[in-house]
Ligand binder design. Structure first.
Ligand SMILES: [Mn+2]
Length: 254
């Protein structure tokens, strides 16, 4: 691998929200390798879902890349009372071995990677809040610049990497900072009830990740959408009793 030098000395592949989707993860990692990118980060929610938590954990532990813990990773480690009976959580827990849980437990909620990048799953303060999206009763919209600056007042690095809402976004702040959400490797759409019922949709079932690269004229961001065997992932979700996931996986719509 000699391509990752010179002009692109600070080139990083950004993954988030893999959600146990080993079929999507394998295709993303192959694409990153094909491009000669050697620096990868992972923004969390790596294992939760009716797919292949164990296989995904094995790959990620072997990769050993800068990784933060997402809200659904936290739920695996410390289930809140109202979720402790969830069949999907039981499926995940049954599939994981102690070493996989120990890896999850070793992750911090935020971290700094490769000199330029601040990593969080949701916001710097909360792993279960969207940074870039505001959910109100009437729908979802891009959070206002002033609120973003407040959320990021403690972050001094030029590039903030966040996930959690599964929708790719690149947002530029007036002070020159950049916020990049790569979308989701493993789950292109979903619905949630909090804080108000809403749907998050990428619009296609492709596996998503981003590449952030420092160039002479500023930070360059590429959003990648890769075809993968989403039918296989959907079959697994159906087998595990989640027809809703199967539809989200196959269509990228919710
Ligand atoms: Mn999340």
């Amino acid at each position: 691998m000699t391509e990752d030098t010179g002009q692109f000395a600070s080139r990083v592949a950004v993954m988030s929200d893999i959600h146990g989707n080993i079929w999507a993860l394998r295709v993303v990692l192959r694409d990153i390798e094909r491009r000669g990118i050697e620096k990868i980060v992972n923004l969390g929610d790596s294992l939760y879902g009716p797919l292949d938590p164990q296989g995904t954990a094995q790959i990620l532990i072997r990769l050993n890349i800068p990784t933060v813990r997402g809200n659904e990773d936290r739920i695996i480690l410390d289930p809140p009372a109202e979720q402790s009976q969830s069949p999907t959580l039981r499926y995940v827990l049954n599939s994981l071995a102690p070493e996989h849980l120990a890896w999850l437990r070793s992750l911090d909620m935020t971290t700094v990677a490769y000199d330029h990048f601040f990593l969080c799953h949701g916001t710097p303060e909360q792993d279960d809040q969207y940074l870039l999206q505001e959910v109100i009763r009437s729908g979802v919209s891009l959070r206002k610049t002033g609120e973003l600056r407040t959320q990021l007042c403690s972050v001094e690095l030029p590039v903030v990497l966040c996930g959690h809402d599964h929708v790719p976004h690149t947002v530029y702040l007036p002070d020159g900072r950049l916020i990049v959400n790569p979308g989701s490797v493993g789950l292109a759409a979903y619905t949630d009830d909090l804080p108000f019922p809403h749907a998050m949709e990428t619009g296609s079932p492709h596996a998503r990740y981003s590449i952030a690269a420092k160039t002479d004229s500023g930070w360059q961001v590429e959003n990648i959408a890769l075809p993968y065997d989403w039918e296989a992932a959907a079959r697994m979700a159906l087998q595990a009793g989640r027809p809703d996931w199967a539809e989200w996986l196959k269509r990228g719509r919710a």
